[in-house]
Design a protein around this ligand. Sequence first.
Ligand code: AMP
Length: 400
Amino acid sequence: MAKLTVSDLDVKDKKVLMRVDFNVPVKDGVIGDDNRIVAALPTIKYIIEHDGKAILFSHLGRVKTEDDKKALTMRPVAQRLSDLLGKPVTFVPATRGKQLEDAIADMKDGDVLLFENTRFEDLDGKKESGNNTELGQYWASLGDEFVNDAFGTAHREHASNVGIATAMKAENKPVAAGFLMEKEIKFLGNAVDNPKHPFVAILGGAKVSDKIGVIDHLLDKADKVIIGGGMTYTFYAAKGLKIGNSLVEKDKIELAKQILEKAGDKIVLPTDNVVAEKFDNDVPSKVVEGDIPDGYMALDIGPKSVKAFEDVLKDAKTVVWNGPMGVFEMSNYAKGTLEVGKFLGTLTDATTIVGGGDSTAAVKQLGVGDKLTHISTGGGASLEYLEGKTLPGIAAISDK
Ligand code: AMP
């Protein structure tokens, strides 16, 4: 069922509590990539342009000791948000108490407030990460409506997404998705549950163990599942091919065998690979077909595999991609990932979705991101979505 979204709410004169994902990289008080702040702007702007009061909160990093607090304060995030919005943002250096309550009481329609890192509450018995009921109820008491726009934490059951939503609903206050959350649900949800066929999944990255749930779920849904990246060689081992010194998970070879049996001809593996004697960009590399020779490791898929993958992809109407085809961080092993990404960009008739994490970093680094339909902002969350799991943060949002 469709979820309630912020545009369904009457936000005028309302104190709108909004869970954002401002978990951005901060070093010595300086923000690196501010993509996540930018991604939340449409919803924040909607609230303030419709005369609501936007009360924002997010976690930032992991707070384990009192010392972590200095590096993980939200203060620089409030400043960057203010710059991006072109208006003042009130920062409250507390997660509860009189200072926060007074600041909220002083807000006028159209004002924006950001309070301190929700995980500061973890120093007091993991209240945020442990979804402490009292904390969820307290935060719910601060506002009239709750908007969750933090897709990146939707796979977690924390006080700042699930606890607060539960408490709001108990008081008959609305719980809605923000625009970013809505977009993620629409693209990832439709791709997996209601795809246009042919539906092709491309799964790469380092480990079979990380992706096994996704492979399993998508084998049921997709017409073809293309496998690339480091996990290829566990499948090679399962097929009895030689793998040299390539990445392998020995304890997953049996599982890979079972997957191959179940999949029939649905799984498409690389047939050639770029190999080198060391995990190093500056050593000679070569393309080999089939077996990986002794003393060598496979670090990227080869040109024939790229061609074969393109043949599978060319008629696709839906493509979901998670995980790079090789060690894309090193220029000599980035080609497979780049070529696949570039080819996806030419599929103008298909919905092309990148499912977060390293693949998102890869398409951005390779400059092909703007040619694709949707690039998910959530790493772990998008992976769990692709596994067909119910994400607690989304489940806690009211249905329309
Ligand atoms: P993941 O986080 O599971 O998506 O894995 C991404 C990581 O897998 C990246 O850091 C890649 O460098 C790495 N990777 C991809 N292909 C290979 C390979 N053939 N050998 C070793 N690592 C790889």
